[in-house]
Design a protein around this ligand. Structure first.
Ligand code: GDP
Length: 418
């Protein structure tokens, strides 16, 4: 069983790697997050940005599960499935866990309110209501997907929750929501999903019993993990492979392969410390070259040089069996490439990840690695990479501590070297 996990700040290219590996998978499970994800997949069917649906959907023979650890906005899921069908991608293989939590319209309203009231301390969320939905889950106010099956009770639950939610919205000058309209919208979407809403545990159990090839797809990366990331600038769930056991319903000892996806440089969307961040024209140059704009929000991503401390931190928590390095092709034109190997904090050098407010004042220590000065996007054999590109990958292996098993040299499924 394989988990595909982000090893940086998110947007590492997990969608592409999952799509690639899903061609050989029987089951693909998203285990956390919600529609705040934006997994980009480019293959023979076209270019797609998947928010809720697992990136295995392009293999019609793979069962694709939205796991119980996810938060799901049902109308948004219906739209995403419709768009895929319209693009010629069959979605009959998609299932939603009945234990996942619902993202309801009031979560979206509360997400916007929360960001606005935080002012300068805003988190930079995608505004998709995921944080408030997870808050409700932890606070024992959440509504699980299966609850739509009992319409009368569901309407009562929504009306009850809205009493306090509306009081908060009105207190901060926002419009209250109508319980009937909220329930109608969700129930209509649930009716469209019909038999896709299931208890996914028997499916997973069957997959394990038959030695099916299971792929676990994470969202965001270790630096945004609720427990091990740059709190509070984190997501409300656990992207780490450990989160996959709970969020997909997988016994921990059956995950045998953990792939850490790392971009060949660093990017981040949202707020929080980002030690190797570039500014000015250097940043604009890398952003344009890498087309670093958020897949969900379209926001320009913050960009910086490779920071080995972050994926090393991720490796300590995930024990990667291998790394998948994406976007190596984007560094083709640099003569020398700054590569951060450690941090200096108050005169001391470390390769350990400090807590958030210390991370804010670290000074990254760089090596200057030789560039390869050529376009590698057409290369189809890893052995044919320029010597300097191989050296760059070797330095990633040495500093992170895990071998590089997969290299991405383009966004397409085919631009993948083993
Ligand atoms: P995810 O959320 O981790 O799936 O990552 P995103 O989809 O948000 O961002 C990754 C971006 O990099 C997408 O636009 C991908 O199409 C693109 N991408 C992934 N791997 C490669 C690669 O090896 N080379 C290039 N040029 N682009 C890549």
């Amino acid at each position: 069983m394989t988990a595909v996990v982000g090893a940086q700040w998110g947007d590492e290219g997990k969608g592409k790697i999952t799509d690639y590996l899903a061609q050989q998978a029987d089951v693909v499970i998203r285990y956390q997050g919600g529609s705040n994800a934006g997994h980009t997949v480019v293959n023979d069917k076209g270019a797609f940005k998947l928010h809720l649906v697992p990136s295995g959907v392009f293999n019609p023979d793979a069962l694709c599960i939205l796991g119980p650890g996810m938060v799901v906005e049902l109308p948004f899921l219906v739209e995403e499935l419709d768009a895929l069908e319209k693009a010629g991608v069959p979605t009959a293989n998609v299932r939603v866990s009945d234990r996942a939590h619902l993202v309801l319209p009031y979560h979206l309203a509360l997400d916007r309110l929360d960001e606005r009231e935080r002012g300068r301390q805003k988190l930079g969320t995608t505004g998709r209501g995921n944080g408030p939905a997870y808050s409700d889950k932890v606070g024992r106010h959440g509504i699980q997907v299966y609850e739509v099956r009992d319409e009368k009770r569901f309407r009562e639950r929504v009306a009850h929750e809205l009493e306090t939610k509306n009081a908060i919205l009105e207190r901060f000058g926002d419009e209250p929501l109508d319980a009937r309209a909220v329930a109608d919208e969700v129930l209509a979407a649930a009716a469209r999903l019909g038999g896709r809403i299931v208890d996914t545990l028997p499916l997973v159990e069957h997959a394990l019993a038959t030695d099916a090839r299971v792929l676990l797809e994470g969202q965001l990366g270790a630096m945004r993990d609720l427990d091990w990331g740059i709190y509070p600038y984190v997501t409300s769930s656990n992207p780490l492979a450990g989160g996959a056991t709970i969020g997909a319903g997988i016994p921990p000892r059956v995950i045998t392969r953990v792939i850490g996806v790392v971009k060949a440089y660093s990017t981040a969307v949202g707020e929080g410390p980002f030690p190797t961040e570039l500014h000015g024209s250097d940043a604009d140059d890398l952003r344009e070259r890498g087309q670093e704009y958020g897949a969900t929000t379209g926001r320009p991503r913050r960009v910086g040089w490779f920071d080995a401390v972050a994926p090393r931190h991720a490796h300590r928590l995930n024990a990667f069996t291998e790394l998948a390095v994406t976007k190596l092709d984007m560094l083709g034109r640099y003569e020398r490439i700054p590569f951060c190997t450690s941090y200096e904090i108050d005169g001391t050098t470390t390769t350990d990840m400090p807590p958030t407010h210390v991370l804010d004042r670290v000074v990254p220590r760089y090596e200057q690695l030789p560039g390869w000065g050529s376009d590698i996007s057409g290369i189809t054999d890893r052995a044919l990479l320029p010597t300097a590109a191989k050296g760059y990958l070797r330095r990633i292996e040495e500093t992170v501590g895990a071998p590089v098993g997969i290299v991405g040299v383009g966004p397409e499924r085919t631009a993948t070297l083993l």
